[in-house]
Design a protein around this ligand. Structure first.
Ligand code: DGJ
Length: 736
């Protein structure tokens, strides 16, 4: 049984084959945390894991007793206001002004499967026996509020999903000033915090720091999960590497403002909490209303960071992403953005499409600039009807022409935005997120539509659905190119203005939900000025996302390496683009650009009509290689081997291995060429030690144990016979 409850000790034991998560109902009927980590044998009582010492100088709950203090107790979903002085998981502001609550255990139920979270993306079980759920109900008598804590154990996938629901059964309204998804207190603070941080064009770089007493956190206040911080945080032991050692991962299935915080207290207890950012958040909960927090997915691994990542990859690829495209091979696409930017017409597009088809491309994506009068980024967002100056025969005709060339057709939208120079803004200036009587900041000359309003979402839905119904469109790129400012909605009263950012995200999810249901054959790719909203929330609807606007092969090593910490290769849009690279000006070989982009949802983003015959031949071969191996790449087990974030960081390597271990592909990348480099070995990962492998291009065969333990000695590798910067090798292994 993945979830056990012991009536006499009042303990819960959640278990997967490799993990135990244990907590109990305390003597005051609150919940206390006992253990999270490597699997423990189940026993009658884990009481001895409950540590509470006499503290000479702290506040205690019961008069006459100097022991029972929440200051000293590890908790499950803590509150502030009595004897715990750390930051809490939630805070409820009551009509009286009081913030003190006392939530005690009321009852619980354990059932097979997993319920949907209303209005929110979440992991799911396809069959009931894949997951077991525990729902614990806590009640606060004075307010009449109930907190329902949800825990779902994915036994085979070694993960636990948590969230909380607040239900107001009382007569009075209350305000949720803070409602995080989960909190956990771990004994000791000998951890390093791993986070994925960056900015536009350098998203999700791996950063690590040692924990110190006090609060350390990452957060977003930008209205999206953001390029600056990803809604993910891991705690690893100092000696944990990619391949061994303990790590705890916490990944929030949410696309808006979030907080992931670690507080190390005076007894070296590490409290981690994650959820909607309480900063600038408040939710008015009227009588009979409920509020559901997003879900956090917790993964414990003692097989290093790779072990944690592989769990996320499997869970997110198969039980977070959904729809027809979830398990399908993703098409090799070409996107016209870096080839033409706004400057195209139907002739140019058809030329590009024709040349791409000859190279083996399967899907043509028409990016920004096809609608309204959009010759630059100052106009037309919101006017989702075709620009006949550029495309005189319309989108439907163009899509059909492209189909006739033998390609699928995909289209770009930026549904959440409006330009001032647009019909939509003229008709509905009140539909923009803003605060009356204050100036409105812009980002890329555009403004954010108020998706907290149902009518706005309905209106945009109507426009998009019309286009998708009329034209044979099999792919949608859903972009979002600015962060939110002056967050306010004309549709909500003063005391609900702090709900806008979250309501906006719920609006985005609801539009995704409708469109993906109505157009189940369409492959959605999420995007936000590159990877500014690359998160598990959107992965639920869009099984792939544009990883970054930075398409430089060297920069992509860091971006894709960091992204793979949580997200599967199948989710990472990765394109070969032109050189000099448009973001950093670097010139890398066509070979290296493809060798990096192979490890994602592969495509091209350059003017293929300008290529030499030799380059075209090379591209044809690249596409043949990718098509022959894409199931392995998109669905295989991914291993990071050498990190671009290592001290020198000159070498990156990674590989994918098929489930049956009969096939693998390794990518090895060197940034700068080194003089007289001596011996270099690559240590493969994840092979079967017993299997004998042939490596394409190398003589003889190799056993898995040799490749993993003794490594493969690299010849000095060269580009066109010479040592070179930005060089790379791909090794394809096959069991003989
Ligand atoms: C930002 C995206 O990341 C790009 O790929 C491209 O679609 C542009 N927006 C278009 O405006």
């Amino acid at each position: 049984m993945p979830i056990l409850y012991n009536d006499s000790t009042r303990e819960f034991h959640l278990q997967t084959p490799k993990t135990s998560y244990i907590f109990s109902i305390l003597e005051n009927d609150q919940l206390g945390h006992l253990y999270y980590g490597k699997k423990l044998r189940h026993r009658q009582s884990f009481d001895r894991l409950f540590h509470v010492g006499e503290s000479p100088n702290t506040a205690c709950v019961n008069e006459g007793d100097l022991v029972f203090s929440l200051d000293l107790i590890k908790q499950e979903y803590p509150a502030y206001g009595t004897t715990d002085f750390r930051e809490p998981a939630y805070q409820i502001l009551q009509e009286s002004g009081s913030r003190v609550t006392h939530f005690v255990y009321r009852d619980h139920q354990i059932y097979q499967g997993k319920k949907k979270l209303k209005g929110l993306p979440a992991t799911y079980a396809e069959n009931e026996d894949e997951a077991t759920t525990l729902e614990i109900s806590l009640a606060d008598e004075k307010t009449g509020v109930e907190i329902r804590l949800l825990y779902t154990v994915f036994e085979e996938l070694n993960a636990i999903a948590r969230s909380a629901e607040f239900i107001n059964h009382g007569q009075s309204e209350v305000n949720l000033a803070r409602a995080l998804s989960a909190s956990i207190d771990l004994p000791g603070s000998d951890f390093e915090m791993v986070q994925l941080s960056g900015s536009w064009a350098r998203e999700r770089h791996v950063k690590e720091r040692k924990l110190v007493p006090g609060i350390q956190s990452i957060a977003s206040t930008r209205g999206t999960s953001s390029a600056q911080q990803n809604p993910f945080l891991a705690l690893k032991r100092p000696n944990t590497t990619e391949h061994q050692g303990e790590v705890y991962g916490f990944s929030l299935v949410y696309s808006g403002n979030f907080l992931a915080q670690v507080e190390v207290d005076h007894y070296d207890v590490t409290r981690l909490m994650i959820g909607i950012n309480p900063f600038d958040f408040n939710w008015l909960l009227k009588s009979k209303e409920s509020f559901q927090t997003p879900e956090v997915v917790m993964v414990y691994s003692e097989e290093g960071l790779n072990g944690m990542s592989q769990t996320y990859h499997r869970l997110y690829r198969t039980r977070l992403a959904r729809g027809k495209w979830r398990d399908r091979e993703r098409p090799v696409l070409i996107n016209n953005w870096e080839a033409t930017y706004f400057n195209f017409n139907d002739k140019k597009i058809l030329e590009l499409a024709k040349a791409s088809k000859e190279l083996g491309v399967e899907l043509f994506v028409l990016d920004d600039g096809w609608f309204g009068k959009r010759d630059d980024d100052t106009t037309s967002l919101g006017d989702w009807s075709v620009d006949r100056r550029k495309l005189p025969n319309g989108i439907t005709r163009l899509a059909k022409d492209i189909n006739e060339l033998g390609l699928e057709f995909g289209l770009w939208f930026e549904p959440e935005m409006v330009s001032k120079a647009s019909e939509l803004y003229k008709a509905h200036p009140e539909w923009v997120i803003h605060v009356p009587d204050r100036s409105m900041s812009h980002g890329r000359n555009q403004f954010v539509l108020d998706f907290s309003r149902q009518e706005v979402v309905d209106f945009i839905h109507g426009l998009m659905a019309d286009v998708l119904r009329d034209a044979p469109i099999s792919y949608v790129k859903w972009d979002m190119n600015r962060y939110m400012t002056e967050i306010g909605s004309l549709d909500l009263p003063a005391n609900r203005q702090r709900e806008v950012a979250h309501r906006y995200i719920l609006g985005v999810y609801s539009l995704y939900e409708r469109l993906t249901n109505e157009f189940p054959d369409v492959l959605f790719e999420s995007c936000a000025g590159g990877g500014s909203r690359f998160d598990p929330g959107l992965l639920h609807y869009a099984p792939q996302g544009w990883t970054s606007d930075d398409t430089d092969a060297v920069e992509r090593l860091k971006i894709q390496y960091g992204t793979s910490m949580v997200y599967p290769t199948s989710s990472m849009g990765a394109h070969v683009s032109a050189v000099p690279n448009h973001q950093v000006g670097r010139v890398t070989s066509l070979e290296t650009r493809a060798n990096v982009a192979y490890f994602g949802a592969f495509g091209y983003e350059l003017d293929v009509t300008m290529m030499t015959e030799e380059e075209k031949e090379e591209v044809k071969q690249q596409i043949r290689f990718y098509k022959a191996n894409r199931t392995l790449i998109q669905q295989g087990q991914f291993y990071r081997i050498e990190s671009p974030f290592a001290e020198e960081g000159n070498i990156t390597s990674w590989m994918v291995v098929s489930e049956d271990q009969a096939e693998a592909i390794l990518g090895y990348y060197q940034v700068l060429s080194r003089p007289n480099p001596g011996f270099t070995r690559i240590f493969f990962q994840g092979l079967n030690p017993e299997f004998e492998y042939a490596i394409e291009g190398l003589e003889g065969t190799f056993y898995g144990d040799e490749l993993m333990n003794a490594g493969l000695q690299l010849n000095r590798y060269r580009v066109n016979g010479h040592p070179a910067d930005f060089s790379s090798i791909i090794y394809k292994l096959e069991q003989v």
